[in-house]
Design a binder for this molecule. Structure first.
Ligand code: IPE
Ligand code: IPE
Ligand code: MG
Length: 264
């Protein structure tokens, strides 16, 4: 059987790794990161946990520029999960204040560097000032052609699937009457990041080996990379190690190694 490597559906490019076999390249087109270990980094130095979040911003800056230089098209960073509200109120308020001050201070420089910034997650929960800053930053950078930087904030993979289901049924009510007609593309079109390829490489720093309700749908065939390095220590060399590991993977998407050898 012949499998298409890319296709379009009603004028939209289909990125689904289960509907088509994606073209793979040595450099990932989309990197998704769980930036974990800030609190432990700070505690190991006798500092308050929030000092780790502050230091982690340097790692974000470094990774954003590194991805830009390497021509990686999409970088998605998990900044605050839908479960992180369970943290002590002081830490949550501090994180929100950090988010506000970063948007106030960094957006101009992102714009100068042609970065297109987007924030995914249930933004209604944020204070109006933060929602406005997010909206303004997205509007300012929306036409940029450089790195697509997506920040996941108050994001949960289950929230994403639920909101997609609700939006799909609101826009196509007839599907509720004929659920057997619902196809993958009907739903995925309403997921956040529907216009981006699925992540090729997922990185989690901080030693834990779990997804923590990040991109549940999108990670179907993503290569997973876990490192003990804490996020504030994640520098260019650490990213190079992740890319090196990625290049050594054989991405079969359900096929056998023998098939891959014949096709190459
Ligand atoms: C990740 O670092 C940052 C956020 C979740 C906001 P943590 O704060 O989870 O750091 P650890 O895992 O406690 O070290
Ligand atoms: C995941 O880290 C969320 C972010 C990095 C934003 P957590 O530290 O919240 O994850 P768990 O609780 O260890 O799974
Ligand atoms: Mg953590």
């Amino acid at each position: 059987m012949h499998w298409a490597v890319s296709c379009s559906f009603l004028g939209r490019t289909v990125h689904s790794s289960t509907q088509i076999i994606p073209q793979t390249t040595d450099m990932p087109r989309h990197v998704a990161v769980i930036m974990d270990g800030n609190g432990r980094w700070a505690r190991a130095r006798g500092l308050p946990r929030v000092a780790g979040h502050k230091k982690g911003v340097d790692s974000v800056r470094s990774l954003v520029s590194d991805c830009g230089r390497k021509g990686i098209a999409h970088l998605t960073l998990f900044a605050f999960s839908s479960e992180n509200w369970r943290r002590p109120p002081d830490e949550v308020s501090w994180l929100m204040a950090l988010f506000v001050s970063l948007l106030e201070r960094e957006v101009k420089s992102l714009h100068r560097n042609k970065v297109r910034l987007r924030v995914i997650g249930d933004l209604k929960a944020f204070e109006p000032k933060l929602q406005d800053l997010i909206h303004d930053a997205e509007a300012l950078t929306s036409q940029n052609q450089g790195l697509n930087l997506t920040i996941a904030a108050n994001y949960g993979g289950r929230w994403d699937l639920l909101q997609a289901m609700q939006a799909m049924l609101a826009s196509k009510p007839h599907l509720a009457l004929h659920p057997q007609h619902i196809g993958e593309a009907d739903l995925s079109a309403f997921l956040t990041m529907a216009d981006a390829p699925e992540p090729d490489l997922f990185i989690r720093t901080g030693g834990e080996q779990r997804i923590s309700n990040f991109l549940l749908w999108h990670l179907a065939y993503t290569e997973l990379y876990f490192t003990d390095t804490l996020w504030p220590d994640f520098d260019e060399a650490a990213f190079a190690c992740a890319l090196h590991s990625y290049r050594a993977r054989e991405r079969r998407f359900g096929r056998t190694s023998e098939q891959l050898r014949v096709e190459s």
